[in-house]
Each structure stands twice: as structure tokens, then as C-alpha cells.
Design a protein around this ligand. Structure first.
Ligand code: SAM
Ligand code: SF4
Length: 328
């Protein structure tokens, strides 16, 4: 099969698949009141076999990277089984996981053994009480230890995501810089995105990555060449630092031009754009051994509907009430 290219000439090889929309944290910008079960009954989450069939479908389209995300993926009891079954699809170069790090100290090794090659951990503060006030979790030490354990486990890449928040994360930028001096970690600052539920918070705490960018350049950091399978970050390196700094700026002009990813929700719906208006069921194609081929042809026929850009600047966030619902 030919690779997947949309009507704007962008090519897609990176799938972000949510395995659950539930979460055990209460991040102020995402799920400030914690996860609540919806009042209306929903379809069940994808099973291990359904996840495997969907991933096989994408591999038939030339996809080489899959990221398992959520909600918080590690609260799924069968996560290791999911990873093992995705790892059986030999065409993926990278099987990544996004996690809040809650159980990472215990899970890093089994995840690596099951087939995870790259790990992204969210850590918005290097200070335990600030961490608790952002996430509602007391497990700061366990997250920090989990990152250290992951460093010993041989992952090809370890990234730490910090959402850039005015008067909160921005005050700790020097500490984050210091942290990557001695650790081969990529710390990525993500601009806060406005969703259906966080409008007031966004008004109060959104800042652009512009100032960090100026600071990086002033201090001699250089832009790394973008990897085709990479995510949305612009990465900076410096000869005196073991780690790198990445900036994710979804409000910047050219952000959508390099989009190389598609998303599938925990209930098997294809989301062509993170802030898109429509979801398309892939689950309905999961009927027999031919399912991966049916999934691949459904995605191929839907790709022409992928919009050129999101409309975040115009204040439109599509179906995204919070990022836990689709995986960020
Ligand atoms: N629970 C996992 C975690 O926190 O890493 C995976 C899912 S979470 C939705 C994925 C990423 O989205 C995290 O790095 C989180 O900080 C980020 N995120 C959530 N809401 C956001 C928002 N409104 N703006 C920017 N980033 C956000
Ligand atoms: Fe949970 Fe991740 Fe959202 Fe925080 S950002 S509430 S950890 S899904």
C-alpha cells in the first residue's frame, strides 16, 4: 500500500492511540475536578485485540510510530498485555508511552521489557508542593524516582513534558535547565491550550514559548534538525548539557504545516485533528481477521477530510473538552 498523504501534502506515519480517558490525577488545566464517569453510558474501551487490529491497520498504511496515551494509560490493568501485542507488529520502529509517572518507579522495567521504546513523563514542577497543587497528587518523589529508574532501563528516548503556565512553571525554567545539564532527558515546554473546559484558567495562565526561545538563543542553544517521525516540538541542544529543551507552540503560525500524526480515541474513534469537530468510528470495521485491511482503507478514504489547520487562535477547540478525552 502507498503511504498516507493528505490533500495538503502532509504525510502520516505516527499514530497516537488513547487506551483510556480515565485518570488518577487532577491537573488544574486538564481535569481539575478529577475524572468523572459520563452520565450517558458509553461504549467500552478498546480491548487488547481491538487495539492490536487498529495498530495493524495503521502499520499497513506505513505508520512506523505509535504512542499509547490517555487519560492515564498506566491505570489500565492490561497495559503490559496491550504493549506486548502492539510490539508483535514488527513494522513499528517506536512504541512510545505518555504517562503522568504515578507508578513509573515500579512500571519502568516491565514496560521496557514488554516493548515500550520511548517514554514521555509529565512533570510540571520540580518542587513537591507545587507539583501537588497542580496535579492533586502526593507522588512527586515516586515520579522523580520513576524518571531515574527509566534512565537506567535503556529506553531510546525519555522526555519530560511541562505545561508552560504563567506565574507557575515559568518561575522554574532555570531549575529545569539545570536539571538537563547532567541528564540525557528532553524537557519540553508545552504552551497551554484552550479546551472546552479550561477557558478561565487559560486566560489567567497562558503564555507563549517566545521568551524561552529568546533565552535559549541568548545562551547559545541551537535548533536540532527535525526527525520525520518526531512530534510537534522544536528541539534545542547545547554542548554543555546532556539533555535537550523542546518547545511545543501550537499557537505559532506554521505549527500545523508539519503535522505528521493521527489520533484514535479509547473507544476507537479516529480524530483527524486534535481540535477537530468530528470523530469517525474505526471500531465498526473490527469484525474479523480482515479488520486491519478494513481499518486501513477506512483511514485512507477519510484522510482527505483532514483540515489544513486547527482554529485554536479563533478560540475554537472542536470536540476537545479536555486533553484527557483524546490523549493530547
Ligand atoms: N496522563 C498522561 C500525561 O499526563 O502525560 C497522558 C495524557 S495527557 C492528556 C498528555 C499531555 O497533555 C500531558 O503532557 C499534559 O500535560 C498535556 N496537557 C493536558 N492538557 C493540556 C492543555 N490544556 N494544554 C497543554 N497541554 C496539556
Ligand atoms: Fe491526567 Fe494527564 Fe490530564 Fe493530568 S494531563 S489530568 S495526568 S490526563
Amino acid at each position: 500500500m502507498k503511504n498516507l498523504i493528505d490533500s495538503h501534502g502532509r504525510s502520516f506515519r505516527y499514530l497516537r492511540l488513547s487506551v483510556t480517558d480515565k485518570c488518577n490525577f487532577r491537573c488544574t488545566y486538564c481535569l481539575p475536578d478529577g475524572y468523572k464517569s459520563p452520565e450517558v453510558a458509553q461504549d467500552s474501551e478498546l480491548s487488547v485485540q481491538e487495539i492490536k487490529s487498529i495498530c495493524e491497520g495503521f502499520s499497513l498504511l506505513g505508520f512506523e510510530k505509535v504512542r499509547l496515551t490517555g487519560g492515564e494509560p498506566t491505570i489500565r490493568k492490561d497495559l503490559l498485555g496491550i504493549v506486548r501485542s502492539v510490539a508483535e507488529i514488527k513494522k513499528f520502529q517506536t512504541i512510545a508511552l505518555s504517562t503522568n509517572g504515578h507508578n513509573l518507579d515500579r512500571l519502568a522495567k516491565p514496560l521496557r521489557e514488554a516493548g515500550i521504546t520511548a517514554i514521555n513523563v509529565s512533570l510540571d514542577s520540580l518542587d513537591s508542593s507545587q507539583f501537588q497543587s497542580i496535579t492533586g497528587s502526593k507522588r512527586f518523589d515516586s515520579v522523580r524516582d520513576g524518571i531515574e529508574t527509566a534512565l537506567d532501563c535503556g529506553f531510546a528516548s525519555i522526555k519530560v513534558n511541562a505545561v508552560l503556565l504563567r506565574d507557575i512553571t515559568d518561575l522554574e525554567i532555570p531549575q529545569f535547565f539545570e536539571w538537563v545539564r547532567t541528564r540525557p532527558i528532553s524537557v519540553r515546554f508545552i504552551e497551554l491550550m484552550k479546551t472546552g473546559k479550561n477557558g478561565n484558567y487559560f486566560k489567567k495562565h497562558h503564555i507563549s514559548c517566545g521568551e524561552i526561545q529568546l533565552e535559549l538563543r541568548k545562551r547559545g542553544w541551537k535548533v536540532k534538525k527535525r526527525n520525520d517521525l518526531g512530534g510537534p516540538a522544536v528541539e534545542y541542544y547545547h554542548p554543555d548539557y546532556k539533555g535537550t529543551i523542546g518547545l511545543i507552540a501550537p499557537y505559532s503560525e506554521d505549527f500545523c504545516q508539519t503535522c505528521n500524526r493521527l489520533r484514535v480515541s479509547a473507544r476507537g474513534n479516529l480524530r483527524l485533528c486534535l481540535f477537530g469537530e468530528e470523530d469517525y468510528s474505526l471500531r465498526k470495521h473490527l469484525i474479523d481477521r480482515n479488520s486491519p485491511v478494513l481499518v486501513a482503507s477506512a483511514v485512507r478514504s477519510l484522510i482527505e477530510r483532514k483540515p489544513a489547520t486547527h482554529y485554536l487562535k479563533e478560540g475554537k477547540y472542536g470536540n476537545t473538552w479536555n486533553l484527557a478525552s483524546i490523549g493530547g
